[in-house]
Design a protein around this ligand. Structure first.
Ligand code: HEM
Length: 528
């Protein structure tokens, strides 16, 4: 009976495909020795670059849209880098597609009922509410981040007689900054994680004397450590796909509990203070965070935890990793670094003689800086793959038949992955220099479906404006504080590592030269 039911379903699907004039996509061969071996191969991929080698080669060999079929020729998983198909999946026919089941499995037991992995009316309502809060708080909170920027400068450390800092890893420092900025924004108070990273005990002691003490820890792991454990497990679980359960265990579950305890503790404290802060919450100088607004609007602590945890998981480290790529590229392109610094100093003045406020409206008018950010997000879209599962039998506009021009029928339940990293490097859309860093390509260019670092359509990233503001603010402040940047001989800042996000594999190791009051119009220059 079971076999008959499968045969009926296949027939029904074939009829649907014919009625839509579809043809099958190029079929991927079944993985040698099965999918588990294939997944373990990805997990243990020996060096090199998984994105540029394994994935890119597959698209070169099997075309821009290809599929793994079952024995009846019905697609189970479709991979695409065709912007027309990606626009259909994420945007035009978004209602036919639900969030990727693989993502929910990867993150289980975290992030099950917030924004990332839910859909329907409650997702819609939650999303609207979060966006409203993000937009009302964005402008003032980026200025509140000045304290976090000062901690960053302290963590970068003192300079020698020539004004140069010691060698620092900007990836590490920006990750901590990102955590500090996101806690400032979400919770109204910075985690001050920069302090725990400072090796100089005297500096730390001095900071603590001023009351800048890192937050209370809820169990064996600190929040930062628990997040690192969870991130590693997420990376393994995402590569293992349906065999995600292989990467599980006490260590992972304990880290998940620490993150939940951390959120619960913060919510409890926000609930205790909520009756007394209602009036001041919306004042322009309010130091309270998004969590306080959610406590007043929602009330239910579990609901609040689901939303806050999603924002932490989805947003944590994104801004920091992005900023690290920006500085890696600026170090590699000293001429562009000079242009960005000139633009910032001209617009905002120096630290000693500021000229304009670092608001989003002012920051977005720095064209060179914005083009550098857009180009960096093109080359390193952080979330290399965006996945979906079909909610009904549906159609992709292109990729079927011998020449790939026919539509493809997709059955309910099939998975699709949109490889955004490779879409951003398609020569058809970006030209022969698609693999090169060229901010000037953005002059006068409009956004199309070939550019989706924040996704697109109804599930587009809720943190994109916040991230763009934070990154712009950070670049501007770094340009005001330092005048030059160089990497040690032999350091490679541009090699990619691919875990949950695409990040610089070897860190971004540089020395920076402190700007002097006279370096207002001097530019950062290469001095190896
Ligand atoms: C450079 C920084 C960032 C990048 C490149 C980025 C990228 C993305 C992408 C590609 C998606 C779409 C995923 C999909 O369609 O399935 C997404 C969704 C999301 N992002 Fe971001 N993100 C960034 C920063 C942030 C920040 C700072 C936050 C939190 C404040 C955040 C919160 C979210 C959430 C909650 C979603 C899910 C939205 C939904 O499904 O309704 N992101 N992000």
């Amino acid at each position: 009976m079971f076999v008959n039911a499968i045969a009926d379903k296949s027939k029904e699907f074939r009829r649907f495909a014919e009625s839509q004039h579809c043809a099958p996509a190029t079929a991927l061969p079944k993985p040698f020795l099965g999918t588990l071996r294939h997944k373990l191969g990805l997990l243990l991929y020996p060096g090199g670059d998984l994105l540029d080698n394994v994935f890119a080669n597959k698209f070169r060999k099997y075309g821009p849209t290809h599929a793994l079929h079952n024995r009846n020729g019905v697609p189970l998983v479709i991979h695409t880098i065709d912007p027309v198909n990606i626009n259909a999946i994420l945007n035009k026919s978004a209602s036919h597609w639900g969030p990727s089941k693989a993502r929910a499995r990867t993150m289980y037991p975290l992030a099950q009922e917030g924004l990332l992995n839910s859909e329907g009316a409650s997702w819609h309502k939650n999303r609207k509410m979060i966006l409203r809060h993000i937009f009302t708080k964005r402008a003032k909170d980026v200025r509140n981040s000045e304290t976090d920027i000062q901690l960053l400068f302290d963590a970068i450390g003192p300079v020698d007689d020539d004004g140069w800092t010691q060698e620092v890893d900007l990836l590490d420092l920006f990750h901590r900054l990102s955590l500090d900025m996101s806690t400032t924004f979400l919770l109204g108070t910075s985690a001050e994680s920069q302090l725990s990273g400072m090796r100089d005990a005297r500096m730390k002691a001095a900071m603590m004397e001023f009351g800048l003490v890192p937050g209370k820890r809820s169990s064996k792991y600190t929040y930062g450590e628990a997040y690192e454990v969870v991130r590693n497990y997420f990376s393994w679980r995402s590569k293992l796909g349906s065999k995600y359960w292989i990467a599980d265990g006490l260590k992972y579950r304990k880290a998940c509990n620490t993150l939940n305890d951390f959120a619960d503790d913060l919510i409890k404290r926000a609930m205790q203070r909520s009756p007394s802060i209602q009036d001041s919450l919306n004042s322009p100088d309010s130091k309270y965070g998004l969590i306080d607004s959610l406590v007043i609007e929602i009330g239910d602590p579990i609901h609040i935890r689901n939303l806050i945890m999603d924002l932490f998981i989805a947003g944590q480290n994104m801004t920091g990793t992005m900023a690290a790529w920006v500085f890696a590229q600026l170090e590699a392109h000293q001429d562009i670094l000079q242009q960005v610094r000139s633009e910032v100093v001209e617009k905002f003045g120096t630290e000693e003689n500021p000229r304009a406020d670092l608001t989003w409206d002012n920051l977005k008018s720095c064209n060179m800086m914005q083009n550098v950010i857009l180009e960096t997000l093109r080359m390193y879209p952080l979330l290399a793959n965006i996945g979906r599962n079909a909610k009904c039998d549906t159609v992709l506009p292109r990729g079927g038949g011998d020449d790939g021009s026919r539509p493809i029928a997709v059955p309910k339940g099939a998975a699709v992955t949109c490889n955004i990293y490779l879409v951003h490097r398609r020569e058809e859309e970006w030209g022969e220099d698609a693999w090169d860093f060229k901010p000037e390509r953005w002059i006068g260019r409009k956004f199309g479906p070939e550019y989706a670092p924040f996704g697109m359509g109804p599930r587009v990233c809720v943190g994109q404006h916040l991230s763009m503001t934070e990154i712009s603010f950070l670049i501007a402040r770094m340009m005001q504080h330092f005048s030059e940047m160089k990497s040690p001989e032999g350091q490679d800042n541009l090699t990619k590592g691919y875990r949950v996000v695409v990040a610089p594999k070897n860190g971004v190791k540089v020395r920076l030269r402190r700007a002097t009051p006279n370096s207002s119009d001097a530019t950062m220059g290469a001095r190896r």
